[in-house]
Ligand binder design. Structure first.
Ligand SMILES: [Zn+2]
Length: 243
């Protein structure tokens, strides 16, 4: 499917050597990770608050137990596996053609696929730190702790290294992402409708040759793209051949 578009994409990738991939929730949904913002009926039956309310800094501070109930249940999908998009991007990096992945996802699947240079704009469920002593905890420890995740050493509350609503993005991560995009000769944007700011503004730093949009639904922001493919990102990237 989409043979003509995939051939065009292949040609652009073959011609490029500093590709950056910018990915959104659609990259993860193909690994069966639900977008927590798209609350379904089931969600409304079991929680009193909206996802945006729950995943905020103030909610974490004041309703820590309710936060963890939602977070562990809806956002920590630890059995998810990388899909063909993650795997192809890792392969492109290993071949020296792709310099960075910039992602809005927090599931760690790019690293699980083998990618090394990943800028996680919204943090990662894989990293968790005690708010009192700074001790590191992995995702399993948090997921399987009873109620509020607490530090084994000092009893302090553990906070996921995930950017919550009301919190700013990490400066070093932003700078790394902006630099990679600014130096790229090709930018592939996938699985996002580019509506989540400030991340969507990152695209403006791109000065390279090919800008490609791959998304199941149309992107809501007007971007001058060299190529637009309205298809699932895994299906498209899965067909790309890496030399
Ligand atoms: Zn501690």
């Amino acid at each position: 499917m989409y043979e003509r578009e995939v051939l065009q994409l292949q040609k652009m990738i073959d011609e490029s050597c500093r590709i950056v991939f910018f990915g959104g929730a659609g990259v993860s949904t193909e690994s069966n990770i639900p977008d927590f913002r798209s609350a379904d009926g089931l969600y409304h039956q079991s929680y009193k608050y909206s996802p945006e309310q729950v995943v905020s800094h103030s909610f974490f501070m004041h309703h820590t137990e309710a936060f963890y109930e939602f977070y562990k249940d809806k956002m920590m999908i630890l059995d998810a596996k990388p899909n063909p998009a993650h795997l192809k991007l890792a392969e492109l990096e290993q071949s020296g053609k792709l310099t960075a992945v910039v992602t809005q996802n927090i599931d760690g699947l790019h690293q699980a696929a083998g990618s090394r240079n990943v800028y996680e704009l919204h943090g990662s469920i894989m990293r968790n730190y005690c708010m009192d002593c700074g001790e590191f905890y992995d995702a399993e420890y948090v997921k399987y702790s009873d109620g509020i995740a607490r530090c084994k050493k000092c009893g302090g509350i553990i906070k996921p290294d995930v950017v919550l609503y009301e919190e700013g993005l990490d400066n070093a991560t932003i700078q790394g992402a902006v630099q990679a995009i600014g130096e790229a000769d090709m930018l592939i944007i996938g699985g996002t409708s580019l509506v989540v700011y400030p991340a969507a503004g990152f695209v403006d730093y791109f000065q390279g040759k090919y800008l490609v949009l791959i998304n199941k639904s149309e992107t809501s922001r007007r971007v001058r793209a060299s190529l637009t493919i309205s298809a699932p990102i895994g299906k498209v990237l899965g067909q790309i051949k890496v030399e």
